[in-house]
Design a protein around this ligand. Structure first.
Ligand SMILES: [Zn+2]
Length: 132
């Protein structure tokens, strides 16, 4: 099967550019740090910049709502739109996260494209029963 070139190229570039943090322990901790930075940048978009707002409350789902209709009732609790600065910052953090995901895949001899394909097929089969 022909692998996706962009995904493979990304994974190869990560392998070539990773000098420090080659230990699985370093990579796992850097992944968690990158994950925390995504949350931090979204929070800063709300609390520092103000371009995003969060208005959260308990999800109000009518009793006996059919599974197929649930999506209509679940709220994101998010309003506004990230400004250019916040959007770029969040995208950079997501890029860092993907970098460490690819690095961990390299260390474990996992092809990232194969992971995408497996997950895509799983979601297609399970549909809304995927529960994510
Ligand atoms: Zn902003």
């Amino acid at each position: 099967m022909l692998k996706d070139l962009i995904c493979d190229e990304f994974q190869n570039t990560v392998s070539e550019s990773l000098v420090y943090h080659r230990s699985i322990l370093d990579l796992l901790s850097k992944l968690q740090q990158a994950n925390a930075n995504i949350s931090r940048d979204v929070i800063k978009a709300v609390t520092n910049c103000g371009c995003l707002q969060i208005n959260a409350q308990k999800q109000a789902i009518p009793k006996d709502t059919p599974l197929g209709d649930l999506k209509r009732y679940f709220q994101t609790h998010l309003s506004g739109k990230a400004c250019e600065h916040c959007q770029e910052s969040i995208e950079n953090q997501i890029g860092q996260h993907l970098f460490y995901i690819a690095a961990i895949c390299n260390l474990l001899d996992i092809n990232l494209y194969d992971v995408f394909i497996k997950k895509q097929k799983q979601m297609e089969i399970l549909g809304m029963f995927n529960l994510s």
